[in-house]
Design a protein around this ligand. Structure first.
Ligand code: NAP
Length: 479
């Protein structure tokens, strides 16, 4: 058992046992960890309160250099940490390495942005007075993160939190603690106050709930499922905490009759099966114009046949296993549900590989009805469904008929259709001739409806969550 909770500047052992299993090879136990105890959690909050007061006084140049150094270190170690990430999460090695590099880019970006936390100065409506609008830190921020991006998501939350002068308590998903531990080592290896960054492992119901209800944690940023987000909001709202939540989705990719077929197939395959479909931006609904429906389905099936499923660390693997047993079982259950709702055109079966893991075939349903469960519920697996559409208006109607609204895409060669789609799709992200997944780090990210709650993440917009505005009035008198 490792000392795996980082509290008040020390690595400490907690209680119980969290076993980290490699989903590509369930005989490979990565490590055993322990959860933070109640006393340790309290110590984390108290030391964060203290450290935050020191950190907010640190000059922006030093803060900027520290964040950039964290970013550099992550990029420098991306191969080694990417391998660990892929081993614990199951995504192919190239994606694991890419995710660590992305976490590094987030820190580098916010290191630079740190020098641009501008305020405003404007004349008052009253002659002789001035008004200043400035940004201040919030205090101690709780980060609750999911398992599907175990280093990038904590990074894109922690970097702007620290940039704005806050302290952090991070609770990662219990399924992927190793990546969070490595991120914590790199952050806390810098010249920052002890207690500024704390890592508390433990279940959502225990440690997650403590973050929700502790009076000194003034803001929570959460990424995860809608059900947990709703529960978290209920638990945290009596204390009027500031909250930001990024949750599930059911992202549509619309393919018009004028689409370049190869682009459509590549984007659909990449969006539906990349990351084993375990991306909040995955394209699980493929809404295809009836004029090219047949060619699209035939072409997509040919593409799927060539997706190489395998151990995340094997050379050439394009799709890894499901990340955990519960997700795997849920996927296979959705295949059974789907068989009663649409036509199974490809896949649907578990796969036996050289190691025992949570492998299944990339799966395609066709002739689906948007009202069915496989098209309304987030499955979070390598399962997509093709739904026919008569025209753009009909495709938009289907695309918007969902409780979610994170990402969407259109494949078309018509600028007018692309523009009309962008204006009428009810999602926070829209792509044209690109997959619905795979986005930039310097621009806002977030959704609508049940997909998101609160201010946007990433880019300069992140400051709206991680800082608070003060309006000062100045009467400087006469000389
Ligand atoms: P999850 O089950 O909702 O868990 C997310 C986090 O919440 C984990 O750290 C979990 O801890 C914690 N948690 C669970 N119960 C809690 C409670 N009662 N109070 C406080 N925290 C609690 O989600 P997941 O299965 O890890 O991730 C998949 C989901 O994340 C999908 O729905 C996906 O769409 C969503 N996601 C969204 C985005 C986005 O940006 N919109 C990005 C990535 C993923 P434990 O691990 O200990 O249970």
């Amino acid at each position: 058992m490792n000392n795996c909770n980082y509290i008040g500047g020390q690595w400490v052992q907690g209680k119980g046992s969290i076993v980290n299993i490699n989903p590509s090879d369930t005989s490979d136990i990565i490590a055993e960890y322990s959860s933070a105890t109640s006393d340790q959690f309290e110590e984390a909050v108290q030391s964060a309160l203290h450290a935050q007061r020191e950190w907010e006084k640190v000059g922006i140049e030093k803060k900027s250099q520290i964040l950039i150094k964290i970013g550099d270190e992550l990029i420098h170690k991306s191969k080694e940490l990417g391998e660990l990430l892929s081993r614990e999460e199951g995504k192919p090695l190239a994606e694991g390495i890419g995710e660590v590099a992305r976490a590094g880019q987030q820190f580098q970006y916010y290191g630079s942005e740190c020098l641009r936390l501008y305020g405003e100065k404007i004349p008052s409506t009253r002659p002789g007075f001035q008004v200043e609008i400035s940004r201040e830190p919030l205090g101690v921020i709780g980060i609750i993160s999911p398992w599907n991006f175990p280093i990038a998501i904590p990074a894109w939350k922690a970097a702007p939190a620290l940039m704005c002068g806050n302290a952090v308590i991070l609770k990662p998903a219990s399924l992927t603690p190793a990546s969070a531990i490595e991120l914590t080592k790199i952050i806390t290896n810098q010249d920052i106050p002890e207690g500024l960054f704390n890592l508390v492992l433990g279940s959502g119901g225990d440690v997650g709930n403590k973050i929700a209800t502790h009076k000194d944690i003034v803001a929570i940023t959460f990424t995860g499922s809608v059900d947990v987000g709703k529960k978290l909001y209920q638990d945290a709202s009596p204390q009027l905490k500031k909250m930001q939540m990024e949750m599930g989705s059911k992202n549509p990719l619309v393919v018009m009759d004028d689409a370049d077929l190869q682009t459509a197939i590549t984007c659909a395959s990449n969006g539906a099966y990349g990351g084993t479909g375990q991306k909040c931006t995955a394209s699980s609904r493929l809404i295809v114009h009836e004029k090219i429906y047949k060619e699209f389905v035939e072409g997509l099936i040919e593409n799927i046949k060539n997706i190489k499923v395998g151990h995340a660390l094997d050379k050439g693997t394009q799709m890894g296993p499901a990340s955990n047993q519960s997700q795997y079982e849920s996927n296979l259950n959705y295949v059974e549900i789907g068989k009663g709702e649409a036509k199974l055109a490809y896949g649907g079966n578990p796969m036996n590989m050289r190691t025992a893991g949570y492998y299944m075939e990339p799966t395609l349903f066709i002739d689906g009805d948007n009202k069915s469960r496989i098209n309304q519920e987030e499955m979070f697996g390598p399962i997509a469904c093709v739904i026919p559409a008569k025209n753009l208006e009909n495709a938009l109607e289907i695309a918007n008929d969902t409780d979610f609204g994170l990402s969407s895409g259109i494949i078309t060669q018509s600028l007018a259709k692309a523009e009309y789609f962008k204006q009428n799709i009810k999602t926070g992200v829209a792509t044209v001739n690109l997959p619905t997944a795979g986005l930039d780090y310097h621009v806002p990210f977030g959704g609508r409806k049940a997909s998101s709650f609160g201010p946007r993440e990433q880019g300069t917009y992140a400051r709206d969550f991680y800082s608070q505005v003060k309006t000062s009035y100045i009467n400087s008198g006469s000389i």
